[in-house]
Design a binder for this molecule. Structure first.
Ligand code: LMR
Length: 399
């Protein structure tokens, strides 16, 4: 028998986030709860189909348009409505290249490959900790990935550490920042802190890359766009990755965008041509359906209003679940302060579960949290929150 081509191919560990969903799906315990992946679920434990999306999809279906190719850079109506929504009047959109991408991850990938063209010797700095895929994605694109302090030993934001490191990063390096709803900690920067960061980034000639996957989940669409608009307002350069997975509950449709703020229209044209090449050799052109629905929601005043309302309801429900979880944990573990859960933003709480506790939580009780202790509070509801609080309190006491 011939040696197998794959004899030396190693099996990799499962993905730290999506691999957990695989384990959850295989778990036979009827009481299993998935607090691993960042997916919003409604009060009934279901991923919602937003009414605004449903109406947009019905309108698309009624048109019975043929399934032709989208342009390499995506649907023009999508790109222009997204750019207007994200930047409002903070940037001259004639200087901004916005392209449809395969979700937020796809946008990050396009941005990473563009950076390889524009700034191949740069290092990429991510927060410690950051979304697991950030390091993997930029490393796979050929970058050395470094970290700046973010989560302090006391469980609060280490702003002094962040500023000290930022102030020493060499010119030309890339700094990846979470525009809002920091993943995984839920700890966000104040507007004053953002201003200070923006000043240092510009003074040192660093390249800011803002990951904006959770816009609308902290305080609202405009309030959450503060950091992006702050960086855009001085004319760039700026990279912004954007996702509708969460805010329009369009996870499986892979609807996202990359915007690159450049100095002028000629630069924009050159940058756009490079991004189009990267898209073309990677997937040729993006899928149309989800982006067409998103563009309709953004462009139609009634659907847009409906979306604001539905996004607001998701935001409020998450905040309610945070307050309830903090309360239920405090009841079970008197003397311990869980108020940090309510001070965090977005879908995640850095729960302060240790890795052995998170592992026990899933192995003993089928409650799935990341090993880092990150839990998705957007997957809590009135039917599972007591069970979750009970099991978390148990592992926090026992281990
Ligand atoms: C998460 O952090 O759970 C989400 O962004 C989903 C993903 O792709 O990891």
């Amino acid at each position: 028998m011939q040696n197998s081509l794959f004899a030396n191919v190693q099996e990799l560990p499962r993905d730290p986030i999506l691999g957990l969903t695989e384990a959850f799906v295989a778990d036979k315990n009827p009481a299993r709860v998935n607090l691993g992946v960042g997916v919003y679920q409604d009060e009934n434990g279901r991923v919602p189909l937003l009414a605004c999306v449903k109406q947009a999809e019905e309108a698309l279906l009624a048109k019975a348009a043929p399934h032709s190719y989208a342009p390499i850079d995506g649907l023009p109506a999508f790109n222009s409505t997204v750019a207007k929504m994200v930047f409002a009047d903070s940037a001259d959109l004639a200087h901004v290249a916005t392209v449809q991408a395969l979700g937020g991850t796809g946008a990050l990938k396009l941005g990473a490959e563009l950076l390889r063209v524009a700034s191949p010797g740069a290092k990429v700095w991510i927060s410690d900790p950051s979304w697991e895929n950030h390091r993997a994605l930029f490393a796979a694109a050929g970058f050395t990935v470094e970290t700046y302090p973010y989560y302090g030993a006391d469980g609060e934001l280490d702003f002094a550490g962040l500023i000290a490191t930022l102030s020493a990063i060499p010119a030309g390096d890339v700094v990846l920042l979470h525009a809002c709803c920091h993943n995984p900690t839920g700890l966000d920067l104040t507007q004053d802190q953002w201003r200070r960061i923006a000043r240092i980034v510009r003074e040192r000639g660093l390249t800011p890359f803002l990951d904006t996957a959770y816009m609308g989940f902290a305080e609202g669409l405009d309030a959450d766009a503060f950091s992006v608009r702050l960086f855009a307002a001085d004319g760039g350069p700026l990279f912004v990755s954007f996702s509708f997975s969460k805010s329009l509950s369009l996870y499986g449709e892979r609807v996202g965008a990359l915007s690159v703020v450049t100095a002028n229209a000629a630069e924009r044209a050159r940058v756009l041509s490079q991004i189009k090449r990267i898209a073309r050799i990677t997937y040729s052109s993006p899928a149309s359906h989800g982006a067409a629905a998103a563009a309709l929601v953004l462009a139609d005043p009634d659907l847009r209003k409906q979306w604001d309302h539905e996004l607001g309801a998701m935001r409020v429900r998450i905040k309610l679940m945070r307050a309830l979880l903090a309360e239920k944990l405090a009841e079970r573990l008197p003397g311990r302060d869980f108020s940090y859960i309510t001070r965090q933003n977005g879908m995640f709480s850095y729960s302060r579960l240790t890795a052995p506790q998170a592992i026990a939580l899933r192995e003993k009780y089928s409650v799935y949290a990341l090993d880092s202790g990150r839990i998705c509070v957007a997957a809590l509801n009135n039917a599972n929150i007591d069970q979750v609080a009970e099991c978390v309190a148990k592992v926090m006491t026992e281990i």
